[in-house]
Design a protein around this ligand. Structure first.
Ligand code: SF4
Ligand code: SF4
Length: 139
């Protein structure tokens, strides 16, 4: 008899306390500032220098570029940019080395898919991945 009154008293005492659970996935989880989530890509900032490709420890980035079609501008523009998230380890090296911050980490960690092929993300997908860009990476 005493046992259930103890339990009830404990429940009542904790009812008024602040919740320690989150309403995920209806609300995004608060993550640390330096969380390394799925990259956001800014095609206009990319100078096709290949530094991200060269530093990637798992060879999961592939890109192509072409000469800038504007005769008044030098350099290259990006044509395709793909990351294979089957093998990307979200190590942050590609974003650290990028001289123009064309690729940055976000707080987005939701990558679950039904097929492995869906883990290949192209430039359009990475460009649109801006729901959860880290504060310091917002333009
Ligand atoms: S986070 Fe690391 S493993 Fe993933 S694409 Fe960048 S350098 Fe490669
Ligand atoms: S390091 Fe940056 S600028 Fe260079 S190719 Fe990669 S994303 Fe583009």
């Amino acid at each position: 008899m005493l046992g259930w009154t103890k339990g009830l008293a404990y429940t009542l005492k904790n009812l008024s306390k602040e919740k320690v659970t989150y309403d995920y996935p209806n609300e995004p989880l608060p993550l640390p500032d330096r969380f390394r989530g799925i990259q956001k890509f800014y095609p206009d900032k990319c100078i096709v220098c290949n530094m991200c490709v060269n530093i990637c420890p798992t060879d999961c980035i592939s890109l192509t570029g072409k000469k800038n079609p504007d005769p008044e501008k030098k350099g290259k523009v990006i044509e395709t940019y793909d990351i294979n998230f089957e093998i990307c380890i979200l190590c942050d090296l590609c974003t650290e080395v990028c001289p123009t911050e064309a690729i940055v980490m976000t707080n987005n960690f939701e990558l679950s898919q039904y097929t492995r092929g869906e883990l290949y993300k192209d430039m359009a997908w990475l460009d649109a991945n801006d729901k959860n860009v880290r504060k310091e990476n917002k333009v």
